[in-house]
Design a protein around this ligand. Structure first.
Ligand code: ATP
Length: 235
């Protein structure tokens, strides 16, 4: 579904992605694991058109999307939930959720999905008339996920959905990730919480200072002493 080859991305003179290659197959949950500053967010931003690569290829559903404008990429079915939540503070919770469906015209389907978002996150239903800027951090994270569900993407790019959340909420968010995937959305998941990410993923890539240093199934990664020590809190 998605194939990235030899991708190079710079911020001015900073070489943030150094020849990254990876692929995501239809129906998979693939996770990207790496320390702060490794380049994970940079990769997602490049896939969704927020950054332009200097070189390399990004093929998505047999189309080359490297360097395409973000609007065109959204239209082709890729949705990005960025790190740090980004809600429209002055608008209500419900207006924020509905914004996710801005490219859809199936009114009945939109209403149905709104109901689904409220089933998953009852808290958002309680707060639906409230301005989004007054939500707690965790609630804003739920809102960002809800907006992404409304977009019905083919490929969902999730940047650290568990960041700053209480343990119970982290569990809920990962359940939601699995549910969204079961309903047919392919997922590329960036996570600091590597243990959680590996528990839901089909495959993983480990990225260090702009390079993919290892890839494999969760079992393969968990079997590596080096990975256990560096990322999984093992000894
Ligand atoms: P984190 O988990 O901390 O978010 P990350 O793996 O997502 O880390 P990136 O945000 O992709 O890392 O950053 C990769 C590198 O690019 C870092 O060295 C970072 O300092 C640098 N970088 C990111 N954004 C910019 C920017 N706007 N200008 C200059 N350098 C940047």
């Amino acid at each position: 579904m998605l194939k990235v080859e030899d991708l190079n991305v710079y911020y001015g003179s900073i070489h943030a992605l150094k020849g990254v290659s990876l692929h995501v197959d239809q129906g998979e949950i693939v996770t990207l694991i790496g320390a702060n500053g490794a380049g994970k967010s940079t990769l997602l931003k490049t896939l969704s058109g927020l950054l332009k690569p200097k070189s390399g290829t990004i093929d998505y559903l047999n189309d080359s999307i490297a360097g395409k404008p973000a609007q065109a990429i959204v239209k082709s079915g890729i949705s990005h939930v960025p790190e740090g939540r980004r809600v429209f503070a002055e608008m209500s919770v419900e207006e924020n959720i509905e914004l996710g469906a801005f490219l859809r015209t199936d009114k009945a389907g939109i209403q149905q999905d709104l109901g689904k978002v409220y089933d998953i996150f009852p808290r958002l239903h309680e707060r639906r008339k409230q301005s989004a800027g007054t939500l707690s951090g965790g609630e804003q994270q739920m809102l960002a996920m809800g907006r992404a569900i409304m977009a019905k993407p083919k490929l969902l790019l999730l940047d650290e959905p568990s960041m700053g959340l209480a343990p119970l909420m982290v569990q809920t968010i990962f359940e939601v990730v699995k549910d969204i995937n079961k309903e047919g959305t392919t997922i590329l998941l960036v996570e600091q919480n590597a243990n959680m990410a590996l528990s839901v993923a089909n495959r993983a890539y480990v990225i260090e200072t702009g390079k993919v240093i290892l890839s494999g199934t969760p079992d393969e990664l968990q079997a590596s002493e080096e990975i256990k020590k560096a990322y999984l809190g093992g000894h």
